[in-house]
Design a protein around this ligand. Structure first.
Ligand code: C5P
Length: 229
């Protein structure tokens, strides 16, 4: 049974990382970040297709990253959009026929373990939506535009969430439709499902599933890779 489609938005400019090459195409251990990310999805039999949303100018780089990853799972390149949500909205038009679950995963998180993926799939089947999260170690303040504190949420109730975020196909599609009608913008896909009123289950993520955002994250990534080998 091949009934899972994976959407990887990779159309960001990566301005916080500096440099000319967008983040998914920066090399770590000799391979683009995106090649490492693609490899994470080559070990789960149920994956039918990986859909990569990239900007026009990066299509050749994306093709090269697919080739150098050596993955067997089919990968399709589609157009990215102005923002992350627009990239995913477009990728949704290209999911494989018979897809029952959709995983959305940032191109710049190259260390998703197979074990985490399997736990997320099992949980998404049970709850309809499942996302990985870690407890936060800092105390988090909600502030207003002047930097004045509005509230201090109870730390034990907070989670810092990661991707992949996995959803039943009907739920994610409805969430995107609803968001378009209501003009909702969000920084992750689960938020759109929350706006729809569906439950989202958070399961324990992994510390190595980092998002490469700042230049120093590349050193962390090299360290994680060296310790995996
Ligand atoms: O900018 P941020 O780190 O939140 O980006 C998260 C992911 O969304 C990255 O993989 C990035 O390439 C992707 N993205 C996209 N289309 C955009 C902006 C970001 O696919 N227009």
């Amino acid at each position: 049974m091949h009934d899972i489609s994976v959407i990887i938005p990779a159309a960001g400019s990566g301005s916080r990382m500096g440099g000319d090459v967008p983040k998914p195409f920066i090399k770590i251990a000799g391979l683009p970040v995106l090649s490492h990310t693609l490899r994470c999805f080559d070990y789960v039999d149920r994956i039918a297709l990986v859909i990569l949303a990239v900007s026009e100018g990066c299509k050749t780089l994306a093709q090269q990253a697919i080739e150098s990853s050596g993955v067997k799972v089919p990968v399709k390149i589609v157009n990215g959009g102005a923002e992350r949500l627009d990239s995913i909205r477009n990728a949704l038009q290209h999911i494989a026929p018979g897809t029952s679950l959709i995983a959305v995963h940032d191109a710049v998180r190259p260390f998703v373990g197979r074990e985490l993926l399997l736990r997320l799939i099992e949980s998404a089947e049970k709850y309809g939506s499942s996302i990985p999260g870690l407890p936060v170690t800092d105390t988090i303040k909600q502030i207003d535009n002047d930097g004045l504190v509005i509230s201090t949420p109870l730390r034990s109730s907070l989670r810092s969430v990661q991707t992949p975020q996995i959803f039943r196909t009907d739920i994610l599609k409805s969430a995107y439709k609803h968001a378009a009608l209501q003009g909702i913008r969000a920084t992750d896909d689960a938020s759109l499902v929350e706006y729809l009123g569906h439950e989202v289950k958070v399961i324990e993520g992994t510390p190595e599933n980092i998002k490469l955002t700042y230049p120093e994250d590349l050193q962390k990534a090299a360290f994680i890779l060296n310790n995996k080998i």
